[in-house]
Each structure stands twice: as structure tokens, then as C-alpha cells.
Design a protein around this ligand. Structure first.
Ligand SMILES: C[S@@+](CC[C@H](N)C(=O)[O-])C[C@H]1O[C@@H](n2cnc3c(N)ncnc32)[C@H](O)[C@@H]1O
Length: 381
């Protein structure tokens, strides 16, 4: 059986949640670094990882790792690889992305063109026809990552990044990344059957991700991946993984979760997105002010992403909102609440120190997930 070494980048702070997912899929973790995990899979690993990983940004097939302090070393190291093992005759192989951190080689455009030339040289040994390498078939985008002079070369198997699940056609102001939203849902113990509310839900991302997890719907079910077109992957594997993902949806589980926003347009967008995602029957969205939120339920979860107040003129409004949210949420005596914001003095405004704090990056933006953990409900007999 064929094995693959894959590497998946993630937002900083998401490594723990991604590692858990990778292990749950039965893959072996080889290395965890800040913002990426390398792991080993069997033959169906590329399809399975793309279909099921909720917290990864993409799935790359690792090709090689070597040291290069000069362009000559980069060229020779790349040329030494037998690229015909990865790229079939006629396929396109753009060197789509290069990044370099703390390394001698830093010009990303030069890195890209050197690597491209070296792959052409390697492929010429296998495919040379009329002195030309043809590139008119499916795409194998090559990624180069250099860190402290260590070059990692990989091929993107995903295409559009994994956070693009296919359901968020429209987004309201400052939507949270789908990958980050599902990471937050992994960090709290909500399970279908327990009460869950996002009182400032915007386009509904946190609840849509929660509902998809609640019914065990694979995040990749409503989209395609670049490697589905590869001749080098067995089409049957993709077909089986997609079918298995459909079969694994738990249609018997029953629950309702609730989203509110003060903005009518946001609620319309959230409803449309939930519909496209195929989870609208599990989420009730309504226009409401979070500050009016009350509940008859004794226990429940609030998971929310309030406005950050990134622009200076918003600062006072955001401070007042956080202060009033503190009063409103504290009325819900036994509830747990999880709030993600980049506002550094959140706890002071909110009026209570969090039980736990977790640093998470929303892209380049440093945020904190403030976790206020309520008691467990008594076990039902
Ligand atoms: C950062 S956005 C949430 C984005 C959301 N997580 C998403 O993925 O689209 C904050 C939201 O809070 C809403 N909001 C602000 N003040 C509110 C209030 N008092 N009550 C309810 N919603 C409010 C805004 O309309 C906005 O949609």
C-alpha cells in the first residue's frame, strides 16, 4: 500500500485541535511546528484529509526537504528529486507560492523561478519530446517554504483553501474564518442536545460549523479539490471517500441551536449560508439585540465573536457593548460563555476575569478566546 507524507498549515494557536483531528482520522503525526503539522497517511490520505479536516488551511503533499544557502544549492536540491514520480506527462506545475523566513535566500520570485527551472530539468530526463516539456493538462501547484535555510517542497492537493467550504457565498462584516470557528467549537464541550447560542452571529459561521459537527457532516462535502483531477490518484478512492462522508452524516440526531444579530441583513445572510451548507433545520436565526438575551434554560453555552473595534472611532462603542454584555451574561448563572476578540482589555470591560484564555490568530490578527466555564448540568436519570 502506498503511503503519503502530508503537511497541513493552520492558523497559529490551532495546532492542538488540528493534531486531534489528524489522529482521529487514523494518521500518524510526524512533526508539529508552529502553524503546521506533518503526518503520514495511507493511500486514501489525500482524499480523506481534504474531505474531513476542519481546522487545516490546506493539505500539501510533501516532496522533499533539504538545506540550501545559495541558489545553486536550491537548484541542485530540487533537480535531484525524481519529479516524474509526482507530475505526470503534460501536467501543469506552476510554482505557485514561495515563502522564506530567517534564511539566506529571501527573494521569493527568484526562489520560484529557480525551482521551476530545476523541475523542468528533472522532468526532461523522463518526458523530453522535441526539447519541450508540455503543460496543458491538470495542475500540480508547487509550494516552497524555506525556514532557517531548510527548504521544504510540497505539492498543493487542495486548490481553494479548505476554509472555503462552499457555503459562505455572502459574508457580513468581519466574518470569522470557518477553520477558526470549528477550532473554537472543538475547544468547548457543547454537544447536540445541549443549548447553544451565538447572540452576535453575523453570517452564522460559528453555528454552521457547530451544526455540521453535530451531524458529523464532512466540511469538504460541498466542494471539490484540485487533486480530484490528478491522474496520479485513483478516482475510486475519491469516490469512496465522498460516498463514505455522505453515509456518515447522522440524520437521527436532533437539536436546535440559536443565532441572533442586531443587523437584519446579517441574519438574512446567515439563513442563506445555513441553507447552502445543508444545516438550516438545526439553526434558528432571528434579529435581536444581544443585550436583551434571556433564557429559561438553566444551563447552556454562548459562543460568540463580538465586534472587535479595530477602528479607533469604534472603541467607545465596543467598550460599552462589552461592559453591558458582562451584565447580561452574568444573569445566566450556570451558563458557559466563550468570546473571541482581539480587544486586549476585554476582561476589564466585561467585568470578570476569564477562567481560561487561549491565544488564537484570525489570519494575522492576534485574538484571545476568553472562556468562562459554568458548572456541568446534573446527569439525567
Ligand atoms: C465580528 S461580527 C461577527 C461575525 C460572525 N462570527 C461571522 O462569522 O460572520 C460581530 C457581529 O455582532 C453584531 N452586533 C453588534 N452589536 C450587537 C448587539 N448589540 N446585538 C446583536 N448583535 C450585535 C454585528 O452586527 C456583527 O454582525
Amino acid at each position: 500500500m502506498k503511503n503519503y507524507t502530508l503537511l497541513s498549515p493552520c492558523f497559529f494557536g490551532m495546532e492542538k485541535m488540528l493534531a486531534r483531528e489528524i489522529k482521529e482520522l487514523g494518521f500518524e503525526i510526524l512533526k508539529t511546528e508552529d502553524g503546521r503539522i506533518t503526518y503520514k497517511t495511507g493511500e486514501d490520505g489525500i482524499a480523506k484529509a481534504n474531505m474531513w479536516l476542519r481546522c487545516a488551511e490546506r493539505v500539501n503533499l510533501k516532496v522533499a526537504e533539504f538545506e540550501a544557502k545559495s541558489f545553486d544549492e536550491l537548484f541542485e536540491g530540487t533537480k535531484r528529486i525524481d519529479w516524474s514520480k509526482y507530475i505526470p506527462y503534460g501536467a501543469q506545475f506552476p510554482v505557485s507560492k514561495a515563502s522564506s523566513i530567517k534564511s539566506k535566500l529571501y527573494s521569493t520570485s527568484d526562489i520560484q523561478s529557480i525551482v521551476k527551472k530545476a523541475i523542468v530539468e528533472s522532468l526532461k530526463k523522463s518526458y523530453l519530446e522535441d526539447g519541450l516539456i508540455k503543460e496543458d493538462k491538470e495542475k500540480y501547484p508547487v509550494y516552497v517554504f524555506i525556514h532557517k535555510d531548510k527548504v521544504t517542497i510540497s505539492i498543493d492537493t487542495t486548490g481553494d483553501a479548505l476554509h472555503k467550504r462552499g457555503y459562505r457565498e455572502k459574508a457580513n462584516k468581519a466574518p470569522i474564518r470557518e477553520t477558526l470557528a470549528s477550532g473554537i467549537m472543538y475547544l468547548n464541550p457543547w454537544r447536540p442536545g445541549r443549548t447553544l447560542v451565538d447572540p452576535m452571529c453575523g453570517s452564522g459561521t460559528l453555528l454552521i460549523e457547530a451544526a455540521m459537527m453535530g451531524i458529523n457532516m464532512a466540511p469538504g462535502l460541498n466542494r471539490n479539490f484540485i487533486s480530484e483531477k490528478w491522474r496520479t490518484l485513483d478516482k475510486k478512492i475519491w469516490w469512496d471517500i465522498r460516498k463514505e462522508a455522505y453515509d456518515k452524516i447522522d440524520e437521527d440526531v436532533e437539536f436546535k441551536i440559536y443565532g441572533y444579530d442586531i443587523d437584519e441583513e446579517a441574519i438574512e445572510i446567515a439563513k442563506e449560508n445555513a441553507e447552502i451548507a445543508g444545516v438550516s433545520e438545526y439553526i434558528e436565526f432571528n434579529v435581536a439585540n444581544a443585550l436583551d438575551f434571556k433564557s429559561d434554560e438553566e444551563y447552556g453555552f454562548i459562543v460568540t465573536n463580538p465586534p472587535y473595534g479595530e477602528r479607533l472611532e469604534d472603541k467607545e462603542t465596543v467598550q460599552a457593548l462589552y461592559k453591558n454584555l458582562g451584565y447580561t451574561f452574568r444573569e445566566l448563572k450556570n451558563w458557559s460563555y466563550y468570546l473571541i476578540t482581539s480587544y486586549e482589555e476585554f476582561e476589564e470591560e466585561f467585568g470578570r476575569e476569564a477562567d481560561k484564555r487561549r491565544k488564537l490568530y484570525n489570519g494575522m490578527l492576534k485574538t484571545n478566546l476568553y472562556q468562562y466555564i459554568g458548572p456541568r448540568p446534573p446527569k439525567k436519570n
